[in-house]
Design a protein around this ligand. Sequence first.
Ligand code: ATP
Ligand code: MG
Length: 428
Amino acid sequence: MTLLKAVRGTRDLLPPETELWDRVETTARRVFARYNFGEIRTPIFEDTSLFSRSVGEETDIVSKEMYTWEDRARAQSEKSQSLTLRPENTAGVVRAYIEHKLGESGLLQKLCYIGPQFRRERPQKGRYRQFWQIGAEVIGPPSAGSESPLRDAEVLEMLASFLDELGINGWTLVLNSVGSSTDRPKYIAALREALKDKAPQMCADCQRRAETNPLRVLDCKVPEDQPIIETLPKIADFLDDASKAHFAAVLAALDACGVRYEINPRLVRGLDYYTRTTFEFTHGGLGAQNALLGGGRYDGLSEMLGGPRAPGIGFAMGLDRLILTLQAAQAESAPTLADAFVAPLGESLNADALALARELRRKGLQIELGDGGFRLKKSFEIGNKLARNIVLLGEDEQRSGILTVKHFATGEQTKIPRAELAQALRNS
Ligand code: ATP
Ligand code: MG
């Protein structure tokens, strides 16, 4: 029989790695809560047109990466419908914002999410077909201040704090402004004009993009195309006064709170709905897939989906890539071991050993429990792999209430009264 494996581009997350996942998620919830974000959970699949209308028909995501299927009607009352596994979560959040009329409160909505996303990409380090994102959106009617550059700066400052608190060092914030719905068309026209001559020397994807969606040419990763891309017009030269002032205000607020950034005039990002501020946080340790997270402002998205005017700004962090970065940092430090391995000396002491382990765990210690069926040598071997100390529970220990403890690193063996055991192990 052929053995079944996880599908290409998907994977199982196993301990101890899952501890890191938990740490990242807990840190995100804690940091975001300080900024008063609430959690939203949207469905994992949506109507396909949600993504084609927001992310954009001509983007890589919609044109070739989505898992889409025709969901057949099961009853006369139902229609068959094209459905898609969500490739990102912003569209779902904005759909929910419109559907539940969240704008009617007149207040900014601050919504965060954690969940899997799906894109049929070529799997490689830091790139999977099922991957996880933690993201957040700040969205609301203009009267709630949703267009203010302060919102952009606040989100960026939160991300810097989150990465610092998580212990990720060496990140870079890369920023750009891609203009508004009034200045972007002028830029796209100029780009189209410049590409008339240049596109034929570029990769096949760029030749297509030059026709359908010229902005996407700036996203091209093909090395041979980079010198040509360098010569193309820059968006900064096309921003109108309002867009320029908005971007300058974002930068001034970041300067005021000491968040460092770089400006990259080529940063356009792979989704069509972005306006004005776009950004990425990159990390050198990740190799080719160097973006830890990406995001930007999407002032017209709600209207693109048939909703009210609701400017917003948001981001999505690649959880898989955050974990890779943390693992690289952790590989340099010692593995984490349990406080103690409790070894019953004989099967008749198994139940007592469980009671002792329970007592220690309830005091907050991390305990591995052995088995009285193991020979002493085997208990020591296993204990040494899993814990800093081994606690021996034989009949003498059981009777006297004084336990024998060996500290693996020093080889030191001591007798400790049961009442003092937890404290001694904690300090070991
Ligand atoms: P990239 O340029 O790396 O493909 P992207 O521009 O497609 O990223 P977004 O759609 O903005 O990325 O998603 C935000 C973040 O989600 C990325 O910065 C990255 O960390 C993560 N991400 C995107 N696609 C994948 C994937 N296939 N596997 C793992 N993480 C991903
Ligand atoms: Mg991508």
